[in-house]
Design a protein around this ligand. Sequence first.
Ligand SMILES: [Zn+2]
Length: 391
Amino acid sequence: MPSGNGALMKYIVICGDGMADEPIEALGNKTPLEYAKTPNMDRLAREGASGLLSTIPDGFEAGSDIANMSILGYAPEKYYTGRGPLEALSMGVELAPADVAYRCNLVTVEDNTMVDFSAGHISSGEGAGLFASLQPAMPEVTLRAGVSYRNLLVVHDGRGAATTPPHDIVGQGISPYLPKGGDAELLQQCMETSRQVFDRHPINVARRAAGKRIATRIWPWSGGHKPAFPLFAKKYGKSGGIISAVDLLLGIGRCAGMEIIRVPGATGYLDTDYDAKARYALAAMEHLDFLYLHIEAPDEAGHMGSIEEKVKAIERVDDVVGTILDQFDGVVAVLPDHPTPIRAKTHTRDPVPFAVRGKGTDDTREFSETAARSGGLGMKNAVDFPGFLFS
Ligand SMILES: [Zn+2]
């Protein structure tokens, strides 16, 4: 258990993206968190205290960007300008004051219907190849290939546009969800150009031959100007670091001036190297006061609607929690950033459970959505969470 001088205390917050869910009939009306074997998270709840965290302020979409910014103490009402600019930062793309950066998915649209927001989780190499062919056809914008289907489109002297996240319209017709207002005309032109360039592209021909989904077009969304966060170290007087395979999360960390810790084998997908994440986290605590350890896999399983994969992903997160609890003696907290229920296949805005070791105890016996509701720490706003941990 943590002990000693508060000023020397160290902190690890482990975020299992999208872990929270709803009771599922096929799991005997348990949630995946309740059904999965999570001895370590349960131990954390038993030895520490639990509560609920409200991570999505009113008026904001239940996005990972909003939720994770909030958990790190940055009120979206004050600092959020869009997902695109955060990812631009994480990719090392410098934004001029007049630039509007959009997140730009590679997607599969068939018969005008959004079939796959990730183009079959296309590889980074294939994505980069498609983008390289596309850039010369649209000199008005700058494209940057990222990881897998997650890429970037920058409109210089942009005005922004109303857009829809592609993962929210899987199975639906795309027409009502095309960009509107501001940069919409240019964005729609770019989408149409991508459709033509990708149509018989050798990378797509090869994917089709291999029975994989193809990238039929780009889908720009959540554009904005560069945000201005106060530095984490200045705000809290603690050095902070972040581990994540997701550009978005690294962008938030970079905005906050946190150290970005790269972990080889971290894919953000179900095959991510969990053990390496725990090892790198422990090594980083040699010099950091605070670490945000983000694991994307449960969210991916939720978007896929796969109960089995979600349970598995939660159990792997639990292994990481076990390693941290055993080998780190500071304050440890575990939480999802938002629910990604199997039923919805997308994020919801319900408060999430959290458990923390080192901030008192309560009667909670396990880590779950239901157990946390009667936790001794009650309901908190996510933006107050770091302040609570450090108090
Ligand atoms: Zn998330």
